[in-house]
Design a protein around this ligand. Sequence first.
Ligand SMILES: Nc1ncnc2c1ncn2[C@@H]1O[C@H](COP(=O)(O)OP(=O)(O)OP(=O)(O)O)[C@@H](O)[C@H]1O
Length: 309
Amino acid sequence: MKNLFLRKRPAKSQSGDEHQQGETPLEASTESGENTYNNEHDYPTSETPLPESEIASDEVAAAAVTTVDEPQKKIKPKKDMLPPYDGPVLEVRNVHRSFQTGSRIIHVLKGIDMEVNPQQLVMLKGRSGSGKTTLLNMLGGLDQPSSGDILFSGQPLQDWGDRRRTALRRKEIGFIFQAYALMPLLSAWENVELSLRMADVPRAEWKDRVGHCLDLVGLSKRVKHRPFEMSGGEQQRVAIAKAIAHRPRLLLADEPTAELDSKMGAQVMAVFRNIIEVEQVTICMTTHDPTILEVADHVYEMADGRFIR
Ligand SMILES: Nc1ncnc2c1ncn2[C@@H]1O[C@H](COP(=O)(O)OP(=O)(O)OP(=O)(O)O)[C@@H](O)[C@H]1O
């Protein structure tokens, strides 16, 4: 596959080795045809490309999936659930996870240590069954370690009750899945709006926020499409808009490009880099795909429940 990413950043392994970087322009196309829908939600939709300093080449400018009509605004993450904290978004210390199936105990995670810093794109790679999803579930408070600590913005999640962890997930974390997880009967706009409803964002803010998020992922002209009327890449970009709508600090993505071809996968990764800048979000994702690793700031490689690099 060609190198297709919008920005060039060194990817570091846990040992600090830097991956070799080449020219990595985003491939010059979008996967969908002309828009046939009008914007009935009355929000801005003109298509000024990213500033020149933000793009790698004219080819990229032609392809930019992240079009905006105003200089992009930096949006500060909410601080309502957590006190201000300058340290890592995630600190994982000697985490183990075992499951009991019948009389058997399966030791899946065997002493994980990691750190995810603000506005980083961190990838977990490894073979099927190595423990990536198990770890990701714990990072998002969906599961608890058998032992060890996970700190979210300095707060020990294991000391929190279920209700507080659920509130944290709703307000501070966005989830993206391999299979998009969109509501099939709702339009792109309504899917993103649903996320704001779930996070108790005041209704008065919905219109601007939904428009902004769909604009950020390059779908301002597809707001009325329902999932089955969109390509896989477009559906995943709606899922990203949905995941960031409530301004989470952390985005967790489980194999977000696994169902996509290389071009659409590259567009998704370009969107990830853009939302890190604009929304100041931090992203941790799993992948099998070696071709997307170079867009990461840091890569952790897992084998049999441990990091090997
Ligand atoms: N709830 C559970 N009960 C028993 N075993 C489990 C449970 N969850 C995960 N496992 C086991 O833990 C191991 C790691 O699973 P996990 O899904 O984390 O791997 P993965 O690296 O994400 O794989 P893939 O890339 O295929 O998604 C597997 O052997 C799996 O069967």
